[in-house]
Structure formats: structure tokens, C-alpha cells
Design a protein. Structure first.
Length: 98
């Protein structure tokens, strides 16, 4: 899935996650990505701040040919400083090679 489709997924609300986390950390995202990773693939992480102040975070893992192999969303009250820094310095979209 190209970044535009992932952004649309984020804006549409993505998949239901159930509970709202108090804090989402970079290590939690990295662990999930590592568990889903494909050699030569990549992952993208997008975040949006909701009107109530919470965050909606979407991550997708993609095969080397760009086919999405996994998606997960998190709703959280706060982002840890490392995740917030990475999102802030990357224009709100993080791409990670797997």
C-alpha cells in the first residue's frame, strides 16, 4: 500500500484496537514491526492527533514489492518522547526498513 492509501486508512479510523493505551512507545511499535517484518520490506507509521487530545497511530508492514502484509492501529493518550521526536522530524510519517 502506498503512503497515500495508508494516510486514507489513518483518516478513516483504521482497524479497531479495543482499549486506549495510556502511552505508546517507540519500543512497542518497533517490537510489533520486527515481529511482522519481511526481509527487504519496510514499515510505515503515521499518527494523527484527535480533537480530544489523544492520538491515533497506524502502522503498516509491506513486502519488498509494496504489498501490505500487516496493519495495526493504536489509540493512545500520549506518545513517548522518542516516538514523538521521530514523528516530528519526519513530517509525521516514519518509514523503517525491515
Amino acid at each position: 500500500m502506498e503512503p497515500i492509501s495508508l494516510i486514507l486508512l489513518l483518516l478513516a479510523g483504521g482497524l479497531a484496537t479495543g482499549a486506549v493505551l495510556a502511552l505508546l512507545t517507540w519500543d512497542m511499535l518497533d517490537a510489533w514491526i520486527s515481529a511482522q517484518a519481511m526481509r527487504g520490506g519496510y514499515a510505515e507509521i503515521l499518527s494523527t492527533r484527535l480533537a480530544g487530545g489523544d492520538y491515533h497511530v497506524v502502522s503498516g508492514v509491506f513486502a519488498p514489492n509494496g504489498v501490505r502484509t500487516a496493519t495495526r492501529t493504536w489509540d493512545t493518550h500520549a506518545l513517548d518522547p522518542e516516538l514523538a521526536r521521530r514523528l516530528g522530524t519526519s513530517g509525521g510519517v516514519i518509514r523503517v526498513r525491515t
